[in-house]
Design a protein around this ligand. Structure first.
Ligand code: CA
Length: 225
């Protein structure tokens, strides 16, 4: 008798759980595109890993496109360095050190940076300019890298002219001796075309390898992880 009554009259907790579930499902439906569900942790579900900062998760990073309804275009040209350094601009302020292409089994071309001395991050860099940004949109930058020693590099998106002001991205990940993918999200603070996406190695006096640079525009997400 009690059991039958319980089934007909769910407890407050059960009602609350059912409502939360329905709400989440409705949220996902309303969001429509799988990309939106991926980026909203409330959508939950088996396939939707919470995409907070993903530093060091190469397997997750390479899987991430499967969560999207359609693969988003890579705003970075020649991000895999298939065409060597085409589209990229190496910039070594001191004239000491080197930036070159090294071919590695399984990765094809990668960028190899040698920097013998510690200086400011920006003094040894490779960058790509004039990537269009839309004010308020959420962007995801990811790249694979490793260092001969565990050193910090910096990745930024800023103006391509003085005062080099930031468009919302400046991160200083610490590299490891193994290849890892580092991923960060940022919300563009202006609509701009005169941009510079830069990888900065000046503070890392070691050898560093860089590959598979991707920049995706995730659009107007309420939450930019
Ligand atoms: Ca490559």
């Amino acid at each position: 008798m009690m059991k039958a009554k319980r089934r007909e009259n769910p407890t407050r907790k059960e009602r609350s759980l059912a409502m939360m579930k329905a709400k989440n499902q409705l949220s996902c439906l309303m969001l429509g595109l799988a990309i939106a569900c991926v980026a909203v942790p409330a959508c939950g579900g088996e396939g939707n890993l919470p995409l907070v900062e993903e530093e060091g998760f190469e397997s997750r990073d390479t899987q991430s496109p499967q969560f999207l309804a359609t693969a988003l275009p890579n705003l970075v040209k020649n991000g895999n360095f298939t065409a060597a350094l085409n589209e990229w601009i190496p910039n070594i302020h001191t004239g000491v050190g080197s930036i070159s292409i090294e071919t590695i089994t399984g990765r094809g071309n990668t960028v190899k940076v040698n920097n013998p001395t510690v200086m400011e991050h920006y003094k040894v860099q490779i960058y790509q300019d004039n990537i269009s940004l839309t004010n308020g949109n959420c962007y995801r930058i990811s790249f694979a890298a490793k260092g001969a020693e565990p050193k910090q590099i910096a990745v930024g998106m800023g103006k391509n002219v003085p005062d080099w002001g930031s468009y919302g991205l400046w991160q200083e990940p610490r590299l490891t001796a193994d290849w890892k993918t580092h991923a960060f999200y940022f919300r563009a603070n202006a609509t701009a075309t005169g941009t510079r996406l830069s990888f900065n190695f000046g503070a890392a006096n070691t050898d560093i390898w860089l590959d598979n640079v991707r920049l995706e525009d995730r659009g107007k997400l309420a939450s930019c992880p």
